[in-house]
Design a protein around this ligand. Sequence first.
Ligand code: AMP
Ligand code: MG
Length: 423
Amino acid sequence: MPHADCHDAMDRLLTFNEAVTAALQSIQPIYAIEPVSLLDAEGRVLAADVLAHLDVPPGDNSAMDGFAVYLSDLRQGAVTRLLVVGRSLAGHPYPGPVPRGVAVRITTGALIPEGPDAVIMQEQCRVDPEDAWIEIEPDIAARLRPGENIRQRGEDVRAGTVLLPRGRRLRCQDIALVAGQGIARLGVVKQPRVAVASTGDELYEPGTELPSGAIYESNRYLLMGLLRRLGCIVTDLGILRDDREMLLQTLRHAAAHHDVLLTSGGVSVGTADLVKDVIAELGRIEFWRLAVKPGKPVTFGRIQDCLALGLPGNPVSVMVSFLLFARPLLVKLMGMEPIEPMRWPVLADFAFRRKPGRREWLRVQLQLDPERKPLARLYRTNSSGALSSLSWADGLVELPEDCANVMPGDYVDYLPFSSLGAE
Ligand code: AMP
Ligand code: MG
């Protein structure tokens, strides 16, 4: 493609980092907040810090089933026998202080009664069949330390500390932590409304009959799923024909009612590639074309307050440009803490020829070699149309702009799909 190369040389493409930085700067996070109950909070984004107002645990309690004792009651060099004077069960504490020279039976999670300073495990005592007394061998007694098997009040969470920061995307374990504070509702950021469209005269819905020369539409199934997993409210605009008037009308209307417009196809340089022009006519293009592969024609613009993201049409370009480019923008819009995907150093199990210049992502599967070193394997074809490669891969290898040919055994950066929200 001598023409394209010549064009590249004349007006330099934006690098990936320049593009992401510029786009991020132009995005204001959504400030509208709504309350949700804990059962509806998974995946939502905290609108404010959540402060702990309780110590967890609320009092010193036992980490084991056993007996609460005074360490100083245990004899050196001889067996100690202690009377068992009562029980402290989870939810049923022992009432009042414990006199010296006796033991209290205690279960896991039960409050340590007033007085004793250690819990001895049941398995480490000889217990009277009637539970009237216990005996402790001197070597066991010698090893018991003050506070042993006792969970201190507040050792998990201290009242007054930040339990979770604003911007945290709530996972199940975060919600469990909040529940432990007795909090039943949380203030979360309102979800962005994202309209998704696929463009192209050749596209038909699955379940319909396919005319010759046509293909089934697949990009919306990918994009809508990724958006929902991220926590967006998705409107399906369906398949849009390569028709300027119709695109103008549909995209104008969608932009007025959504925070983000996400399209695929129609941003390249063919005669039917109308999406970019339509965005420009309805609003403005901030930039178009990045020094990346795949996904070079990515378009970023605005139609009034609506972000307009035009992804290329090839399924692989769609997935890669969504995960690497669109996703960080949505993350900022959603008020989330920035998330850099994990980049793990792994060994290339392949040779790959390329010229430095663009940032490039390859679809790979990770395997362990006989020495348990991680090896990245390449898919059988590097075509950006190959949907099968996306289904086959478990992640991407990222080659930076200045990287030239890759040889087997070279270290490369691996980005698991799981760290990009595409598990
Ligand atoms: P475009 O960017 O519109 O030129 O499309 C690039 C390539 O991706 C063409 O081969 C299209 O047929 C294909 N393509 C575009 N949109 C879709 C889609 N929604 N599903 C499957 N393939 C698509
Ligand atoms: Mg097209």
